[in-house]
Ligand binder design. Sequence first.
Ligand code: DOR
Ligand code: ZN
Length: 352
Amino acid sequence: MTDRLTIRRPDDWHLHLRDGAMLSAVAPHTARDFGRALIMPNLVPPVTDMTAALAYRQRIQNATKGFDFTPYMALYLTEDTSPETIRAAAADDAVIAVKLYPAGATTNSASGVRHIDSVMPALEAMAETGLPLAIHGEVTTDSVDIFDREKHFIDEVLDPLRQRLPQLRVVMEHITTEDAAHYVSSSDTGLAATITVHHLMITRNHILAGGIRPHYYCLPVAKRSRHRDALIAAAVSGDPRYFMGTDSAPHTDHAKLSPCGCAGMFTAPVAMACLAEVFSGQGHLDRLEGFASVFGANFYGFSPSEQTITLRRHDTPVPVTPIIEADGDQVTVFDPMTPVHWSVEVEAEKKA
Ligand code: DOR
Ligand code: ZN
């Protein structure tokens, strides 16, 4: 059995870093293992224009000094986003996507999109300039069951939109269903999807069976095992339309462990170790590099990194630090509830 695997330095194409003290606490965990990341704009207030995006980018660079890490920004699409804002974003290398949150779909999405017609001028400018749209693909209709919201979004919003604007490049973010995987796999050009590490490892049982576990609550919510299996099959398939976006989304334990807890899991510190566990469990370690380090870079027009990281397999499961301190509180690190035998080798180990 392989006990060391060296791959090009991976990228995280969907990441929440927050701001202020939380940013300083969490960003180094990503910058240690990843070369680039696409930073989500759902701050309060949201990152809706170039001035805010470039200022936020600078704060991230300050928080990751000394690491081989470059943040790229996504602008937050609102019903007021003008085609001029889109053209300015498309002309600046720092911004590589625009994020569509249906209003009310998730954390800090209140300024998001209520009706797709209201953002057509902005989307048309994106189609013209080639700036990709990163979509949180869930309807928010109260009457639609939360486990069905992704499928409804594909049928009612995404597919009609893609027919209306075939030139628009779309990333369906953090897909959670076999319906989404089937939709992506059977599409022609212009559609890709990110898959998170946690959706490859957990099902809704982690949240609800044997007691309610708020740390496993995220959006889109984890589904039944049939869907997780479809995501695993897509991730290890070697199909370049699927690439990693961790959606690592830290919240303090105070905010998670509440009668109305926040959605999101802090996976960044363990993402690559967990991913190696999933790919080795499928007998497809050879395809980890494509998923984590190549396909996303290619989609966004970058060359894959010339740097490498080495993952090491241990005979006994590797314990991880379960909690980090941030913002005067604690943030719990994702625990997949299954043994993980991999770790990212650090400099000291390499020299040993
Ligand atoms: O679980 C999630 N957390 N899903 C999202 O879409 C947003 C994220 C967050 O920002 O906390
Ligand atoms: Zn997200």
